[in-house]
Design a protein around this ligand. Structure first.
Ligand SMILES: NC(=O)c1ccc[n+]([C@@H]2O[C@H](COP(=O)([O-])OP(=O)(O)OC[C@H]3O[C@@H](n4cnc5c(N)ncnc54)[C@H](O)[C@@H]3O)[C@@H](O)[C@H]2O)c1
Length: 422
């Protein structure tokens, strides 16, 4: 599909939709047009914006700031961003639209997907509803940007990737962790050869999610029901796949043990329910760097642990020449020459302050919110009519890792990860 934003059409779309604050971006684009620069408008139908991720990360932290600033392309073209809020509950959606001065909102997902003035369909609704929405959007020639996982089964995730390829649209799937300052620094160390030969990567992710009886749970109840698309493995292995691929290299095998540590929880209405999905997954992965080196990966993911770490997720890479530990923001490193030489002696108290022996890796740049950075990159790809680097195939590999992780746990064995071909 070609973007509706040829100069003339864009003007029409902008004039037809410019609401109070939405008019800011369109006005900026108009000013640019008056000054001779080209202008475009991208209309984004945003589904699932009443949810945690849809509201906080995508609407509040990404699209509203981008609506304010607009995008300026390399050739000077100004791109105005126009969100349309979509949800099931009219009251809630209208409230959000009014709160944020978004003129257009609807409860009719099918109609907005079919609307020819809409360029991008975004989905952050619950996982089990996603594939159907994305298929409809692509069938209508829309570009798509979506939360992960793209589907509940590998078969469906591959089908989505095939549809996306055939439709020739630009598809983006949230790979937010790779845009986070901590992981950007970690990847920089890899690129600079800091580690020498990389031996292993270990990840520790998790925190205590309250059961919901005495204290309300801080995650939605469907996360703990398998029949509603919940589960730690389904939720997090798709992240771990792109993190491992993006930092180290291909994931060749998986051996996982999942658990449902907390068997009963209380939902949003205060009713007790049975937790049918896993709330923890302990995974071991065999990886291969682009240079062909074998690396062992190990990641613990749990909603039933208490945090004694600096951040909610941390990764440690150990290599022959150095090691580093990265969280969402911070990254510290230790070179071979600065490595202490502890001697194991349980009879003596620890004499060294190991944490103080690491050096902080600087950001050397202002790093914005990860979701916003990916949105911006994606929207630039949409306008340029090119592929986004984190699309439906990468997402399918994430779904594959989750599916094989669950299978590995059920069958109590290591599974090879076959390469997906479209
Ligand atoms: N990228 C990340 O780090 C990250 C983190 C958490 C969740 N997610 C993904 O984002 C998506 C949304 O997760 P969330 O935590 O925001 O969930 P949430 O429950 O807070 O939001 C779900 C959204 O779906 C809507 N919805 C539509 N039909 C529904 C139904 N029948 N039942 C319940 N809700 C329904 C809700 O109204 C709400 O807008 C999930 O696919 C999840 O995997 C991504």
């Amino acid at each position: 599909m070609t973007l509706t934003a040829s100069t003339d059409q864009a003007t029409t779309a902008a004039e037809a939709t410019a609401g109070a604050a939405g008019a800011d971006a369109a006005a900026a684009a108009d000013a640019a047009a008056a000054a001779g620069a080209k202008k475009k408008v991208i209309r984004i139908a945003m589904n699932g914006i009443t949810g945690r991720m849809g509201y906080r990360q995508h609407l509040l932290r990404s699209i509203l700031p981008l609506r304010e600033s607009g995008l300026t392309l390399e050739d000077g073209t100004k791109v105005a961003i126009e969100p349309i809020l979509v949800g099931r509950n009219a009251e809630k959606v209208r409230e959000l639209a009014e709160l944020h001065n978004v003129e257009h909102w609807t409860t009719d997902l099918d109609a907005i997907i079919a609307d020819p003035t809409v360029d991008v369909v975004f989905d952050a609704s619950m996982t089990s509803l996603r594939a159907a929405t994305l298929k409809k959007a692509m069938a209508n020639g829309k570009h798509i940007f979506t939360e992960k996982p793209t589907a509940e089964t590998l078969e469906e995730a591959i089908e989505l990737a095939r549809i996306g390829q055939e439709a020739g649209i630009t598809a983006g799937v949230v790979h937010d962790k790779l845009y986070l300052p901590g992981l950007v620094k970690l990847r920089r160390l890899v690129d600079e050869g800091f580690f020498g030969r990389i031996l292993s990567i270990r990840g520790e992710f998790g925190y205590w999610v309250f059961e919901g009886d005495h204290q309300a749970a801080q995650r939605p109840s469907w996360n703990y029901r398998k029949e509603d698309g919940g589960g730690m493995t389904t939720d997090m292995f798709c992240h771990w796949n792109y993190v491992l691929e993006g930092i180290i290299g291909r994931v060749l095998t998986v051996n996982a043990k999942t658990a449902t540590h907390i068997p009963a929880r209380w939902d949003e209405a205060g009713n007790e329910y049975k937790a049918t999905a896993d709330d923890a997954a302990y995974g071991i992965f065999e990886l291969e760097t682009p240079q062909g080196d074998a690396v062992i990966g190990q990641i613990n993911s749990s909603w039933a642990v208490r945090v004694y770490r600096d951040e909610l997720v941390e990764f440690q890479i150990d290599g022959t020449h150095g090691s580093a530990v990265a969280g969402l923001n911070k990254c510290v490193a230790q070179q071979r020459a600065h490595t202490p030489k502890p001697v194991w002696n349980p009879d003596l108290p620890v004499t060294e302050s190991f944490r103080s022996q690491w050096q902080e890796v600087p950001a050397n740049a202002e790093l914005d919110n990860g979701f916003k950075l990916q949105w911006e990159e994606f929207l630039r790809d949409v306008v340029a009519g090119r592929e986004h680097r984190f699309g439906l195939l990468s997402a399918a590999r994430g779904v594959q890792l989750a599916e094989l992780g669950l299978q590995s746990s059920d069958e109590r064995r290591t599974l090879d990860i076959p390469e997906i071909e479209l």
